[in-house]
Structure formats: structure tokens, C-alpha cells
Design a protein around this ligand. Structure first.
Ligand code: PSU
Ligand code: MN
Length: 299
């Protein structure tokens, strides 16, 4: 496997010295946010980690390698290029074999982080069960990955464009532990709360304990930490629901499906909210990186 892994020297050194490291994904850069905000965010996230004394490792595919830890040029390439593949589990071997550039989703980033020995990963919001999944069967591979790859994923719940109750049900079926960080309500990405209940956890030490217990039981699953966006930055749930319905309607009318659906919905919502959802998206990812750093340090 190591033939395909290209881990940055800083990251290797930190892991060997048992210093804190967090993984960051790249789909959010290539497909989740527009240029130039995407590159500003990618750099800011790394800065937040470094300021917290944690080594950030942004992950992508380039030149037939899984790159764990990127330099500024590589980040820029991901942000600017129009020709970056969105890579989930099923796409990994194809994009590696063709030596194309690929941005990793939550699923593929978890796989790479686990191969490199990184236990904590911060994203915006995981993928999940889409609305009307009973007809489309569109359930993100992120959920299946959480069932089989032992990485702690810090996320602002699941993206609010999804069917959240169904997403929670599938996570339960897959045996994925889900905890609300200092909250009893499952966060809904742009909003601090949905009306769904979640098991609450109040300290990073407990998260580490649960992760270690899980490993000792021989379980291979990941753990989802649902971290609500700070209230001052949120767009309240009822308001957001209206915008999301309009975006869903448009996606349906234009028959958008498969890997295009999530990026389409996120971009539509940015348009509908005149950019305010992008600002919210940025704040929630920053908040997740800060919590991931605290968890990594607690290890
Ligand atoms: N979080 C964000 N923006 C994003 C994503 C997450 O704030 O663009 C990406 C993640 O990479 C996630 C993917 O894994 O969306 C889910 O896509 P799909 O529903 O096609 O599995
Ligand atoms: Mn999908």
C-alpha cells in the first residue's frame, strides 16, 4: 500500500514523535466552495491548526499518489483547476492509476488518514441520505466509510441538504457512534440545531476514551462528532429549510444526480442566500478544525 502513499515529511515526523496531527479533506476546496474563497479557507484551516500546535495534513490525489500534507502550490492547484476529480472510495484506484488530480471526499480522506496513521479528521459536514432516497437510492459512501474505517470525523452534523432523520437511521444501522459535542440536538450544518436528538458528549478526553475502547473491542468503525456552528454565525433551521427546498426543487427539475448533486445544492444555496451560506459554511469548518485539534491533542 505504501507505494501509493506520499506523506509530507512534517507529518511523518509529527506522527513518529506522537505529536498531534489532523487530516483535512480537499473536496470542500475543489467542489464545495468557489474560488478564491476556497483557497483562502484551505490556508486558514491549516493556520488554525498550526496556531493550536497541531500539524495539518490536507489530503488529495496527485501524480498517482495519495498525498497526505500539501504545500501551498498543491493547495492552489486544487483550488484553481477545473479538472479535479471528486474522489470517494470507488474512485480511488481509477484516479491513482490514471495519475489524475483528485479531491478526496470524507470517505476517501478517512481511508487516506487511516493509512497514514492519523486518527482525527475535520470537515464541514459529512454526506448522508439524500431526500427522495427511497426512489434514487442516493446514500453517500461517507456513511459506509464511517462503518469501516477507524477515524474520528468532526463535522457540523450532516449537510442540511440531506434527509437528516434517514441519515441518523443509517448511521445507527451501520453501528456508527454519533455524539453531539456539548449539545443534545443533532446540528444541521448551517444551523446549530435540528429537531433531532443525539447522544451528548462534553469533553475531548471522553471522545478519546471511546475511540480507544472501540479499538480494544476490535471494532473497525469510525466515530462521528457532531459539532454545532457557534450560534452567532448560524442561519436558523426554519429559515434555512426554505432555501434548501428551492435548491432541491431546482436539482430535481434539472435531473441533477450522482456525484454532481451535493456540489450543485451547495452552490445553489450560496446563490439563494446571496453568499451568506458560504460565510456560514466557512465558520463551521473553522469551528470543526479547532475542535479536531483539541481531540488530537487529547490523544
Ligand atoms: N462539507 C462541506 N462541503 C463539501 C463536502 C463536505 O462543507 O463539499 C463534501 C465532502 O467531501 C463529502 C461530500 O464527503 O461533500 C459528500 O458528497 P456525496 O454526497 O456525493 O457523497
Ligand atoms: Mn451520492
Amino acid at each position: 500500500m505504501n507505494d501509493f502513499l506520499d506523506v509530507e515529511v512534517k507529518v511523518i515526523q509529527a506522527l513518529q514523535a506522537n505529536k498531534p496531527v489532523i487530516a483535512l479533506e480537499s473536496t470542500i476546496i475543489s467542489h464545495g466552495m468557489p474560488y478564491p474563497e476556497n483557497i483562502q479557507v484551505a490556508k486558514k484551516l491549516e493556520e488554525i491548526a498550526i496556531d493550536a500546535g497541531v500539524i495539518p495534513a490536507t489530503i488529495c490525489l496527485m501524480d498517482g499518489k495519495i498525498k497526505v500534507g500539501l504545500n501551498d502550490n498543491e493547495l492552489e492547484q486544487l483550488a484553481v483547476s477545473k479538472d479535479v476529480a471528486k474522489v470517494s472510495r470507488r474512485d480511488l484506484s481509477r484516479v491513482l492509476a490514471s495519475k489524475k488530480t483528485g479531491a478526496t471526499t470524507v470517505a476517501a480522506t478517512m481511508i487516506a488518514a487511516n493509512l497514514a496513521g492519523i486518527k482525527v479528521f475535520a470537515t464541514g459536514g459529512i454526506g448522508g441520505v439524500h431526500h427522495r432516497a427511497e426512489a434514487s437510492f442516493d446514500i453517500s459512501a461517507d456513511l459506509n466509510e464511517l462503518a469501516q474505517t477507524p477515524v474520528i470525523v468532526v463535522s457540523a452534523g450532516a449537510k442540511a441538504i440531506l434527509d437528516l432523520p434517514k441519515t441518523m437511521e443509517v448511521l445507527e444501522t451501520y453501528g456508527v457512534p454519533v455524539y453531539g459535542y456539548k449539545t443534545d440536538n443533532f446540528p444541521a450544518f448551517y444551523s446549530a440545531k435540528s429537531n433531532l436528538k443525539v447522544d451528548r458528549i462534553d469533553s475531548v478526553e471522553k471522545i478519546v476514551k471511546i475511540f480507544n475502547t472501540n479499538a480494544k473491542l476490535g471494532f473497525k468503525n469510525g466515530i462521528l462528532i457532531a459539532n454545532p456552528i457557534p450560534k452567532k454565525y448560524e442561519i436558523p433551521y426554519p429559515e434555512m429549510q426554505k432555501h434548501i427546498e428551492i435548491a432541491l426543487e431546482k436539482a430535481n427539475k434539472n435531473a441533477i444526480k450522482g456525484r454532481e448533486l451535493t456540489p450543485f445544492l451547495l452552490a445553489e444555496i450560496v446563490k439563494i442566500t446571496k453568499g451568506s451560506s458560504l460565510e456560514t459554511n466557512i465558520r463551521l469548518v473553522e469551528n470543526n478544525v479547532a475542535l479536531a485539534c483539541r481531540i488530537a491533542k487529547a490523544f
